[in-house]
Design a protein around this ligand. Structure first.
Ligand SMILES: [Cu+2]
Length: 164
């Protein structure tokens, strides 16, 4: 005969198993189905002695020329700089179906790049190179938002990404 304490203990053991399995399923779903990946070590821009970070970024490819570049059939690189309080470039145009690789960094302080409605979500850290791929399969006007508090005008740090 099971006592109440034993039944409760069994219940808690099952509860912890269910929570653990649910979390593993959530991680598997977000990484396989939603294709969300944790940013890797894609490089770092280290200023030389006496050099500013801005100058170091400005001489480092591909960040010497921020913007959109076609790299293949319907493949594009978007090179983006975060700076207080704007994105450079602030307006981006891409064709429908574009397979995009975002390359981002910051020239001053911590910023972020988030595009609602997509899985694009990058930290733009000073001198740290962030990289993420995304395929824009639907036309529309997307917003680029800084999601990392970066000072007085953080709330105005937005941009547009047009897919047509
Ligand atoms: Cu910000």
């Amino acid at each position: 005969m099971e006592t109440l304490a034993q039944r409760l203990e069994k219940g808690y053991i099952w509860l912890s198993v269910i929570v653990l399995v649910s979390f593993i399923a959530a991680i598997a779903y977000s990484s396989v189905v939603l294709a969300i990946v944790v940013p890797g070590n894609d490089g770092q821009i280290v200023p030389k002695k006496g050099e500013t970070l801005f100058a170091a970024v400005a001489r480092t490819k591909p960040f010497d020329q921020p913007g959109v570049r076609q790299t293949g059939p319907n493949r594009y690189d978007v090179v983006l700089l975060g700076q207080a309080w704007m994105f450079n470039p602030g307006a981006i145009e891409l064709p429908v179906g574009a397979e995009v690789t975002f390359w981002g960094t910051s020239i001053d302080i911590d910023h972020g790049l988030y595009i609602p409605g997509t899985t694009v979500n990058l930290m733009l850290l000073p001198g740290q190179i962030g990289k993420q791929q995304y395929r824009f399969s639907r036309p529309g006007e997307y917003r680029m938002i800084c999601h990392e508090y970066c000072g007085m005008l953080h709330h105005q740090m937005t941009g547009t990404l047009t897919v047509k």
